[in-house]
Write a protein that binds this ligand. Structure first.
Ligand code: DX5
Ligand code: ZN
Length: 215
């Protein structure tokens, strides 16, 4: 699945960008929510999500780069989000948070920073619908990809050997040059911001990325 990140869209033309994504073959729309505390940047919040909700025809995948995400889980459910991920690094009671997300009928994801090993997920993996492997330090679009192939392979093994039904999403610096290898290593969902929105033809770029996925 390809999930273009709206963070790289032209916000002065958001309705047009959403129309473009609707007409594309993309699978999800990735929303990067930043609070200026967990990450050194602030992005957008509910007014923006509400303004596009009635226009989007693809499921919304919100990635919370915020402290105390539990405070807002209900709001994201009400805003129509279907995939919701929180960061491992900010959750003291991760099991409770994941259950809370699922209780609203959303798919629950846990995101891990580049310096966080996949081994910390051992006792939560069976409860998750997806894991987000960060391949950049979160906070900004268009950063350089940090090699995460070994992490993905390890995680794939942990999921498959336990028979869990959990997808692997990768986020950060994804483009036509690394999608294929990551797909073979076990990634299911690719977030792509800069690669899609800076392409001369975003629709063709989305199709190209999809054609390079083998899973
Ligand atoms: C980073 C965000 C990513 C980012 C992806 O903090 O979580 O989703 O916007 O953008 P690209 O694909 O440009 O790295
Ligand atoms: Zn993201």
């Amino acid at each position: 699945m390809i999930a273009p990140s709206l963070l790289s869209a032209d916000f002065s033309n958001l309705a047009k960008e959403v129309e473009m994504l609707n007409s594309s073959s993309c699978d999800l729309i990735h929303l990067d929510i930043m609070d200026g505390v967990f990450v050194p940047n602030i992005s957008f919040g509910f007014p923006v999500i509400k303004s596009i909700k009635d226009k989007v025809k693809k499921p919304l995948d919100a990635h919370l780069m915020i402290v105390e995400p539990d405070k807002f889980i209900k709001n994201f459910a009400e805003a129509g989000v279907e995939y919701l991920s929180v960061h491992y690094e900010v959750c003291n009671h991760l099991n409770r948070t994941v259950q809370n997300i699922r209780s609203y009928g959303m798919k629950a994801g846990v995101a891990i920073n580049p310096a966080t090993p996949v081994s910390v997920l051992e006792d939560i993996l069976g409860e998750c619908d997806f894991i987000v492997v960060m391949s950049v330090n979160p906070g900004f679009a268009a950063q350089k990809y940090i090699d995460s192939i070994d992490k993905v392979r390890k995680l794939r093994k942990m999921i498959d050997s336990n028979g869990y039904n959990c997808l692997i999403e990768i986020d950060g610096g994804i483009n036509r040059d690394n999608v294929e290898e990551l797909s073979k290593a076990g990634v299911d969902i690719f977030v792509a911001g800069n690669a899609v929105f800076s392409a001369a033809d975003p629709l063709a770029e989305i199709s190209l990325l999809q054609s390079k996925c083998s899973r």
